[in-house]
Design a binder for this molecule. Structure first.
Ligand SMILES: NC(=O)c1ccc[n+]([C@@H]2O[C@H](COP(=O)([O-])OP(=O)(O)OC[C@H]3O[C@@H](n4cnc5c(N)ncnc54)[C@H](O)[C@@H]3O)[C@@H](O)[C@H]2O)c1
Length: 327
């Protein structure tokens, strides 16, 4: 049986992956999570009783604790999700983003290297998977897509901290020949996402009949991927990804901000769109487009996203309506 260390497993994507892996069977999961405001132990309610699940509340920056996990368990794979993830918070308080997203990732990477490195090379089958974001590439103009070989050009403290981790991971791959993979994911949505993020916050505003602002034409756009599709892509990388590669993960489902707002309000409060959308003049420098080319992961690992945004949103809304009293 393989043993996998998942950091940040009480968050949105990490908890979804852990529940999927335990459901699949044949894998032991060690979840290391600090339980910041973004982590929710209830995301793993069913896992608690699974003998193949272990939870450790700890900080990824804490070397001794991460080392003790490698001493106590024979770890085959690390998937590093743990991060500060809210862009607006990174603008207000960038230092914690550098601490967790850059130094924390480097710390886990370095402990894994020391644990896996032997006289004959690295432990057979071991892999360190860094969960990164398409935001490290910067923003696109109206056309084109980012490829895995595109240069990085982060534009926010959040994306700078994630890019810095990516660069360390690549450096460990080339300096020590450590088996590492970077997954650069587009914007994700689904059940269990923190209410501060765009899709749940728009849905909650619509449920509460709170108006939402659209600036100018609202053309800034993102490629939205449903969380189970993203986790399926990470599983494909765990199963058959090649070491020292970068894989873009996206859904080829770009939606402009304005279309997203109208879609969500129309779904939650049909016919009330014109009352609940407020239009304001364009904010300077706010035009942004993020989208990745996913042909590499499709060609090499046979993965493509399957869930249309409307289906994924309905599942997200159903969860939000059920859980809004406690999130
Ligand atoms: N959500 C998205 O749209 C998206 C898109 C691309 C990439 N990503 C990346 O995927 C990963 C997971 O994103 P998410 O949306 O699930 O995040 P999230 O904010 O929901 O969860 C982050 C988790 O990390 C934990 N954590 C934070 N600091 C920690 C620390 N110092 N030590 C240990 N644990 C710590 C939190 O407690 C939380 O459980 C992140 O690395 C993020 O950059 C997310």
């Amino acid at each position: 049986m393989k043993t996998c260390l998942i950091t940040g497993g009480c968050g949105f994507i990490g908890s979804t992956l852990i529940n999927r892996l335990l459901g699949r069977g044949g894998i032991k999961v060690i979840n290391l999570d600090l339980l910041t405001y973004a982590g929710d132990i209830d995301n793993l309610g069913e896992a608690e009783s699974d003998p193949n699940y272990v939870f450790a509340q700890a900080d990824i920056v804490d070397t001794e604790t991460v080392e003790s996990i490698f001493e106590n368990y024979d770890i085959d794979a690390v998937i590093n999700f743990a991060a500060e993830t809210h862009l607006d918070r990174s603008v207000k308080n960038p230092v914690i983003f550098g601490r967790t997203n850059s130094i924390g990732a480097l710390n886990v990477l370095n402990v894994a290297k020391r644990a896996w490195e032997g006289k004959g090379g690295f432990k057979k089958g071991a892999v360190f998977i860094q969960i990164s974001t398409d935001e490290v590439y910067g923003a696109l103009g109206p056309t084109g897509l980012f490829l895995e070989g595109s240069s990085i050009d982060p534009r926010s403290p959040y994306s700078a901290s994630k890019a810095s981790a990516d660069v360390f991971v690549q450096a460990y791959g080339s300096t020590y020949r450590m088996p590492v993979v970077i997954a650069r994911c587009s914007s994700c949505y689904g059940p269990k996402q923190h209410r501060e993020k765009l899709v749940p916050s728009l849905a909650l505003s619509a449920l509460d009949r709170k108006p939402v602002q659209v600036y100018g034409e609202g053309l800034q756009s993102r490629d939205w991927i449903y969380v189970d599709d993203l986790c399926e892509a990470i599983e494909a990388i765990m199963d058959s990804g090649k070491a020292n590669e970068i894989y873009n993960i996206g859904a080829n489902a770009e939606i402009s901000y304005k279309d997203l707002v109208y879609f969500i309000i129309g779904r939650v409060r049909p016919g009330e769109e014109n009352d609940l959308v407020l239009h304001s003049p364009e904010r300077r420098g706010y035009w942004r487009r993020f989208a990745v080319d996913t042909s590499k992961i499709t060609k090499e690992l046979g993965w493509t996203a399957k869930t249309p945004f409307s289906d994924g949103f309905d599942r997200t809304l159903e969860w939000l309506e059920r859980s809004r009293h406690r999130i």
